[in-house]
Design a protein around this ligand. Structure first.
Ligand code: 5AD
Ligand code: SF4
Length: 490
């Protein structure tokens, strides 16, 4: 199976989305009514899809959302490249415009329709426009009604049908949909066009079988499906041969991995097997669900230094009452037991989390329980969000009575508390040495950046040349709450 590598290409709109800092927290507060149709009548004057049947097939792909979406886009791009398309950097240069969407919070979903509005004129210029991902799944054919210039609507659980759907578009079909979620298949491609030349994402489990009451993912990404361990390991070996040294295993609940092959590899065994592949220096995994987080994962990290010392373990709330209402399947105490397990490891492991403030009915005292949990756990980083009601979710019927102002206040208080924790924790790192995988070069002379195994961002000075993609030792000389600064030591 060939894997293709082309230069990194990423929408600036999304370029700072997932840096693990307080600064990246994105509060969303757009009402779902704003997404409703203005013109309910389907348009029947859609011009024929001609663009894809002529010569020069070129696509532009824009991506919003999580790492899973990023990686889905990498696979979709690979699929298109293998069908003779070229990837281009602007919608103007493309005959096919694809937009991979996110609907985790209202604001993200709302962006989609304003963006589609911008693409309207492109369709009259004969271009084909497709909506992929979670909004496609959630809104379905409604997208054709609201944005009749769209030709393709495909949710992530239907990506395995994309070749067939592309064939239909190429044959001149004007409206093609892939909206099934009822599947036990994962999306595997022969060719993947990865954005980052050193760190490869690899989805090992798709969908989600948990039923957190606020979350759209089980509806937009379908049921949990794990990829066969032999297929994962085969791809890791190919990645290593291509020069990738860091692999990040992805899943909404990555540690719920259940190998469908007779080998029945446990998640921790898979981590160890991936780390054993020659050429692989770092193995990351995200996101872990607390209920499925067991001692063997910590044992694997202890045993194998290539498994990164970082666990992202979303807590969502520090109040057991709120956790129950969220259907999170653990209490504050049970969560803290998992933290104790990680803290007892024989090497320090960074812990990061997600928190939602202002869940329906969250009292001031319950919010303060979340603050006290932050004090107790001392997270290395935190992603925080204001509760956002989502279609189809059980919490939609709960009274979302906490005002936007109050949600914003709680978010600010939470972020302020965490900023203090991170400042103090980072200050203790001054003088330490870390191994950094260099992934960025500043315009300023001799300034570089990269990540430690614990996923701390480090900016550092070096007289070195050609450092990108290499592993260097950096001594920490200064800190901010969100990053470290240092100098290259040899
Ligand atoms: N409102 C606010 N935040 C949400 N998240 C998921 N659904 C919602 C919602 N409806 C957050 C959770 C999750 C992260 C990816 O997004 O914290 O862990
Ligand atoms: Fe959503 Fe909960 Fe599944 Fe995470 S575990 S994707 S929050 S339903």
């Amino acid at each position: 199976m060939p894997l293709l590598r082309v230069p990194r290409q990423r929408s600036p709109l999304n370029s700072c989305d997932r840096i693990e800092t307080l600064a990246m927290t994105r509060p969303f507060h757009v009402r779902i009514e704003d997404l409703k149709l203005r013109d309910r009548e389907p348009r029947n004057d859609v011009p024929p899809v001609a663009a894809l049947t002529g010569g020069g097939k070129a696509f532009f792909l824009e991506t919003f959302g999580c790492q899973m979406n990023d990686h889905d886009s990498e696979k979709v791009a690979g699929l298109l490249l293998s069908r003779g398309y070229q990837q281009v950097e602007t919608p103007e240069a493309a005959s096919l415009i694809l937009y991979n969407t996110c609907s985790i919070r209202e604001k993200a979903a709302q962006k989609v329709f304003s963006r589609l509005g911008e693409y309207r004129e492109k369709q009259s210029a004969g271009k084909v426009i497709g909506v992929l991902g979670c909004v496609a799944q959630q809104e379905g054919e409604e997208i054709f009604r609201r944005a009749p210039w769209v030709n393709l609507v495909c949710g992530s659980a239907s990506y395995r049908k994309l070749p067939e759907m592309l064939g239909q578009l190429e044959a001149g079909n004007q409206r093609v949909t892939g909206l099934e979620t009822d599947t036990d298949e994962t999306f595997e491609t022969e060719v993947t066009r990865r954005d980052n030349p050193w760190r490869a994402y690899l989805t090992i489990i798709e969908g989600c079988d948990k039923a957190c009451s606020y979350c759209v993912v089980p509806f937009t990404r379908g049921p949990e499906r794990s990829r066969a361990s032999d297929s994962i390991l085969r791809e890791v070996r190919q990645l290593a041969e291509l020069g990738y040294s860091e692999v990040q295993l992805l899943g909404q609940t990555v540690n719920s991995y259940a190998d469908p092959t007779p080998r029945r590899m446990r998640f921790s065994e898979l981590l160890l097997a991936v780390a054993d592949v020659q050429g692989i220096r770092r193995v990351r995994f995200t996101t872990s669900h607390p209920s499925d987080f067991r001692p063997d994962i910590v044992e694997a990290i202890e045993r194998q230094p290539k498994i990164c010392d970082h666990v992202h373990l979303p807590v969502q709330s520090g109040s057991t009452r709120v956790l129950r209402a969220m259907q999170r399947t653990y209490s504050r105490e049970e969560y803290l037991e998992k933290i104790a397990l990680i803290r007892a490891a024989n090497r320090p492991i960074a812990i990061t989390t997600d928190v939602i403030v202002g869940f329906p009915g969250e009292t001031e005292a319950e919010f303060e329980e979340t603050l006290s949990l932050l004090d107790e756990v001392q997270y290395d980083s935190l992603f925080s969000f204001k509760y956002s009601p989502r279609p189809n979710t059980p919490s939609l019927s709960m009274n979302d009575s906490i005002s936007e102002e109050e949600k914003s206040r709680r978010l600010a208080v939470l972020q302020d508390r965490q900023r203090g924790i991170q400042s103090a924790k980072n200050a203790r790192l001054v003088g330490n040495r870390f191994e950094v995988l260099v992934s960025g070069k500043s315009r300023r002379d001799c300034q570089w950046s990269g990540y430690t195994t614990s996923h701390r961002m480090v900016n550092f000075a070096s007289q070195g040349r050609e450092l990108l993609g290499t592993y260097v030792q950096v001594r920490i000389t200064g800190v901010t709450p969100n990053s470290l600064a240092g100098e290259h030591v040899t």
